[in-house]
Design a protein around this ligand. Structure first.
Ligand code: ZN
Length: 348
């Protein structure tokens, strides 16, 4: 074996060891430069061929070329296998399983008051009522005068209402929408009006902003029996069972006669003298109602000698509290989401 052949053998062995140890594409590339680059060991061998005696050059050239081809081939093979490994690693580490459920998302839900409102609207829609909405900043006419509330009425007191400097008022009830709807659509009409209302009140059972829902039906021959039928159907559907009801005489300026509706206590049905919901009375006050006052029909542009109507109003916050077992009105407005959701889950 000539010196050259021995040298080639050494290079081959050194290369084999190093290529087996090359774990990355970067390792492999520096190996290629060291052996096959411009100043690489194999390149130097080729350059050195010129110094050999002419008769040895072809054979020596053949050996060196063979070595170069061999190393190039090994590098290609190793490169393919490293690239494949890299792909496998990426697939393993960056793998996206599209069938997994998304992380970090908690179930949302409607606010109990919104849910209560939607539920009542749905029940009333089944009885042929549609939704009417109106402005929260009202004229004196719609909020008071058209509803038969004369200027001397206590409801006009500055203590009860929020006034703007120009004399407008934050509506104190949803009733102005009744007048607006009657003026816009005439009779017959069947509407429910959900919305925010405002009064100067704040304690555990009163909030300066609260929610009401009221209903109005005007047609020929509408009687108080129709009103009782509607409200009975609404209460039974909303609380999911038939409930005893009683009507008590009352007074509202915009209805004549005026009544209040009590339903059987949904917690104890009158059987628990220390019930925290009905305070032992067995009854829950849920709505004010009555036959629409002829003056109110007139203000709505409807002839009271031809048509009669009924109306009722209820506090949506109170209905939500009863339905979802909440004890303090204020939690409805404090934005404590877990508490509100747990309240709903308690009774559903
Ligand atoms: Zn009770």
């Amino acid at each position: 074996m000539t010196d050259l052949e021995r040298h080639i053998q050494d290079i081959r062995m050194a290369f084999s060891e190093e290529i087996a140890a090359a774990e990355t594409l970067e390792n492999l590339d520096s190996l290629r430069v060291r052996f096959l680059g411009k100043k690489g060991e194999v390149t130097s061998l080729l350059k050195g061929l010129g110094a050999l005696p002419p008769d040895e050059r072809p054979r020596a050239g053949q050996f060196v070329n063979l070595l170069r081809d061999e190393l190039e081939e090994q590098i290609r093979t190793r490169k393919d296998s490293l690239e494949e490994k890299e792909l496998e690693r990426l697939e393993r580490e960056d793998h996206i399983d599209v069938t997994l459920p998304p992380r970090g998302r908690t179930g949302g839900g409607f606010h109990p008051v919104v849910e209560t409102s939607r539920e009542i609207i749905e029940i009333m829609a089944g009885l042929g009522f549609s939704v009417a909405l109106g402005p929260e900043i009202e004229d004196d006419f719609y909020n008071f005068e058209a509803l038969n509330i004369p200027p001397s009425h206590p409801a006009r007191d500055m203590q009860d209402s929020f006034y703007f400097p120009d004399g407008k008022v934050l509506r104190t009830h949803t009733s102005p929408v009744e007048v607006r709807a009657m003026r816009a659509h005439g009779a017959p009409i069947r509407i429910v009006v959900p919305g925010k209302v405002y009064r100067r009140d704040s304690d555990p059972t009163h909030s300066p902003m609260f929610h009401q829902l009221e209903g109005l039906m005007v047609d020929t021959d509408v009687s108080i029996a129709d009103l009782k039928g509607c409200l009975g159907a609404l209460m039974n559907a909303f609380f999911d069972r038939p409930l005893a009801a009683r009507y008590r005489g009352s007074y509202f300026p915009f209805t004549e006669p005026s009544l209040e509706l009590d339903i059987e206590c949904i917690e104890c049905s009158g059987k628990n003298p220390s019930c925290r919901i009905c305070k032992g009375t067995g009854w829950l006050e849920v709505a004010g109602l009555g036959m629409t006052h002829p003056d109110v029909l007139r203000a709505g542009g409807i002839d009271p000698t031809r048509y009669t109507g009924f109306a009722w109003g209820m506090g949506l916050d109170r209905m939500a509290m009863l339905k979802y077992g909440l004890t303090d009105l204020r939690v409805l407005f404090e934005g404590n989401v877990p508490y509100l959701l747990s309240g709903r889950n308690r009774s559903c």
